[in-house]
Design a protein around this ligand. Structure first.
Ligand SMILES: C[S@@+](CC[C@H](N)C(=O)[O-])C[C@H]1O[C@@H](n2cnc3c(N)ncnc32)[C@H](O)[C@@H]1O
Length: 236
């Protein structure tokens, strides 16, 4: 069901549409998209767009690409970007794994954020979690050496699962946090979910991983490994 507040985003204005990318299948060309070569950041599942719009305003010398499943949220985020006057953002409506695998150029991103991915808390639903091993392997292709992947989740077993899966991608990632995770770090631009979860008293778990310069191995065949993430839950 679409809430009354979100209905206004059913139709995109021209200025909102100017920030929304095509639904094609070709690999993105950042130079063609932004008309310049600049450091690139990626946000996956940007939701209502607080983070990507404010980050883009705070970093005018960098370019931002975001992907989000929910079409209305994409339009709402474009609206937010218009409000803060940024043009260094391109938003894509689609499924994140397919987008990462098919459309992201290799070793192109200096930062990638996955903030509060859907937790699918029921054990029988965990196979739906995005950050399975196949997704993280595909993401490893897109992140530049020394680029960083930042993950936040209030569902600690999901953060653990993501770290566990990243660890199985031998040699590709270095953990920036000596203790594995950090909790309750200050965040410049809290997302809707971050605020919501903190107001409920949840402890937020953060991961920061740095891509090494080891080339990512061949991609796993799709869709056979789509649910591999589940196989690592509980292991260490
Ligand atoms: C829990 S919300 C968090 C949104 C935002 N990052 C925040 O912290 O407020 C998860 C978001 O990821 C999107 N999402 C979930 N699975 C996705 C997928 N496979 N591809 C693209 N977006 C996805 C959802 O539509 C939703 O907006």
């Amino acid at each position: 069901m679409v809430s009354t507040g979100m209905r206004r985003y059913r139709v995109r204005t021209t200025t909102q549409a100017s920030l929304v990318g095509d639904l094609g299948k070709t690999v993105l060309d950042p130079l063609a998209l932004f008309g310049r070569t600049a450091p690139l950041r990626l946000e996956i599942g940007f939701g209502h767009g607080e983070f990507i719009s404010q980050m883009a305003a705070a970093h005018p010398d960098e370019d931002f690409i975001g992907v989000e499943y929910d079409r209305l949220r994409v339009t709402k985020t474009a609206h937010k970007c218009n409000l803060v006057g940024v043009n260094n953002v391109r938003l894509y409506s689609g499924e994140a794994h397919t987008f990462v695998r098919d459309r992201l150029p290799s070793a192109a991103f200096q930062r990638a954020y996955v903030l509060f991915p859907d937790p699918w808390p029921k054990p029988s639903h965990r196979r739906r979690r995005l950050m399975n091993r196949a997704f993280l392997l595909d993401l490893s292709h897109a992140i530049a050496p020394k680029g960083r992947l930042i993950i936040a989740s209030d569902t600690h077993n999901y953060a653990f699962q993501a770290l566990s899966n990243l660890t199985t991608l031998t040699g590709l990632w270095r953990n920036c946090y000596p203790n594995g995770y950090r909790f309750e770090i200050p965040t410049r631009f809290p997302t809707v979910f971050e605020r919501h979860k903190k107001s409920e008293g949840c402890t937020i778990c953060y991961l920061m991983m740095e891509r090494t310069d080891v080339p990512a191995p061949a991609r796993a065949p799709w869709p056979i490994v789509a649910n591999l993430g589940d196989s690592t839950v509980g292991q260490i």
